[in-house]
Each structure stands twice: as structure tokens, then as C-alpha cells.
Design a binder for this molecule. Sequence first.
Ligand code: PLP
Length: 387
Amino acid sequence: MKALLERAPAHDFAVTPARGLKLVRGQGARMWDDRGRSYIDCVAGHGCAALGHAHPHWVDAISRQAGQLSSCGASFGNEMRERYLARLALVTPSGLGRTFLCNSGAESVEAALKFARFTTGRTKFVAAMRGFHGRTFGAMSATFNPLYKDVFQPVVPGFSFVPFGNCGALEAALDKDTAGVILEVVQGEGGVHVGDPGFLREVRRLCTEAGVLLILDEVQTGFGRTGRMFACEHAGVTPDLLCVAKAMAGGFPMGAVICADHLEVPVGRHGSTFGGNPLACAAGLATLDVLAREGLVDRAAILGRMFREQLEGIDSSLIREVRGLGLMVGLQLSVKVAPILKDLESEGVLAMRAGPRVLRFLPPLVIGWPDLAEVVHIVERVLKRHG
Ligand code: PLP
């Protein structure tokens, strides 16, 4: 068995750069590797594990549902799915009452693009420079960085890009063929850039005026990460389509497009085999329970502010800027982050990058202040070593 396991990497069609760390267990905001070393987790499965690892309520909900019914295609009714959708509708922005369930962020974006084309009868989209929306063809075409697209050309035609925050450029890019504008509220992958509320409100106005649908991609920001249930609430902006995934089921694979009442798509023209399966819905319901019961959304706002303030207090010439909202935090450095990530890891902190010079922290929302304070100390120590 051991020999088999040692050969296993040879069978991995590896497309993600490996970090050389094998993780075996998690509890709350802590993770352990195969050598028994413990880490403070500021990655949370790329922002999915909002409740931390192995939250007992979430584990219990999934286990119970697995023992009752796990597969149930969308053509059949299911009580767990109905309960979940009804509960979700209580926390979504008003006017967004109907949800298409799928399994990932890219699928959610893909569906939103299709729904926008059908509803408007138009074909083109405007997206933002530095924006990231996923790796399927539509989502990749809405993504700015050529690195994700170059080797897979041609992309879906009809996408244009404007600087994030520039209303004039966005207005100029809209025409009679524009179906939608797609934006993140906080650009995650592109470097943790927080959208200006005034910009977002103006985009909403321009879209309404031009009959263009506003798609907000909250795959990374949704479900409490930024200190509000959805980041668009900070600006008081309601999109026509809200894309979510990552944290929505606390780490269980799930995605969704939450749609305004005027959105249309004929029955039978879109779908998903796994979308809305009872296991994912049970995980989603448990996630909403825990977010509410433990006050995690407000906690993310408070802890995020404290964390950013402490990071700003670090005396290091390598720090250019501290950015973020809630517990989505980026540290813009003047140097490459790869060796710094490695050193953080050896000091017991798991973090991630958002571009070559941005250190990104997406801890589980259950993380305690002592752990975050420890992360600040370790970041300070590691940065000292690098400059
Ligand atoms: N949209 C945003 C804003 C994301 O951050 C991501 C993933 O990082 C995606 C879409 C794609 O999500 P997935 O990897 O689940 O397809």
C-alpha cells in the first residue's frame, strides 16, 4: 500500500502548482500535515471553509443526509432542496428570489452568462481588467489575465475589458448588443482590490439605463467573507444575477446563480446533474445555520478590521499597502510572495497569493483573535528576514 501511495503523484494530471505539503486533518482554523505539524489556516480551501474544518453541526447535517438520500436529480422534488432554497431566499438581497443551483464558481458564472444572453437577446459582455471568473470557456473569456487563456484560444467572442473603477470607460464600452456587465465586488485573484461603492452604484445606474444586466460575481466574497452576507450590500447595490459558490456550503462543492424576478430561461435549456443534490443542500443549510447562530458575518467585519490594522502596524519596507474587506485581506508587497509563503508555512501559517506580489489571507470565519494576532507576529518576523 505504501509503495502504491508513493507512486500516486504520477497518476495526478497535475494542473495546479504543488506546494509540497500534504494535509491530513483540520479542526476549526487549524490544519495538520502528514508529519503531525500544525498550521493556522488562512487559506480555508481557497475561501470555502467558512465554518472552519469539521464543524460538528455541518458534519452532523451531512452525515444524517448521507444516510437518508444523497442523489436526487433536479427533475424530482426533494424536501431538503426546498428547505434550503426557502432558507437561502431569507438572506439574499431583496428582489433576488429565485436560485439556480450548480456545483462550482465557474459553473455559476457560465449559467449567468447564458441567462443574461437569453433574457436580453444580446450577446456581448463587459468585464473588468484584473477580474477573475473561473476556468470554463465562458468564465475564462470573462477573465482578464491572459495567463489563464493564452494556451486555450480562441475564447468566446464578445468580451471587452475596462479598468475596474472607471465609470467613463464602462459607459463607453456599452452598446446595443451588450447583454451584461460582469464584475467582482472585491477582486480576489487579481490582487484583493475593493470595488469603490460609488463606482458600483454608478455601474448599477448605467446598466439599468442601457437595459444591460448586472452580474456580480460573489463566488469569493459571498456568505459573510467581507463582513456582510454579500459584499454588494456594502455599496447598497443589487445585481440582476448574483454568482456564488465557495463558502455557500461550508466547503461542500456547491454553486448558484441567484436571479432577479425578471430573468428568464426556458425550462429544459440549462441544467446540472449534481446541482441542488440533497447532500449539498444539507451542507448549505447547516452553513446558513452556523453563520447566523455564531454571528460569523459580523465577526468577520470586526476581526477583519483588527487584522488589517495590526498588519498596517508592521514596520517593514516590503509592505506597499494593506487592502481588504472583512476577512478577505491582501498585503501588497514590493517583492515576490513565493519565498515568503514558503517561510510562513515553515513557521506554521498557511496563506496564499493573489498575483506575484500580493499575499492573501482568507481564514475560516470561525478563526479566533489569538490565531490572527499570531499570524501578524509571524508575518512581521518573516518579512524582517526578507528585507
Ligand atoms: N469567480 C471568482 C470571483 C473566483 O474567485 C473563483 C475562484 O477562485 C471563481 C469564479 C471560479 O470558481 P471555481 O474554482 O469554483 O470554478
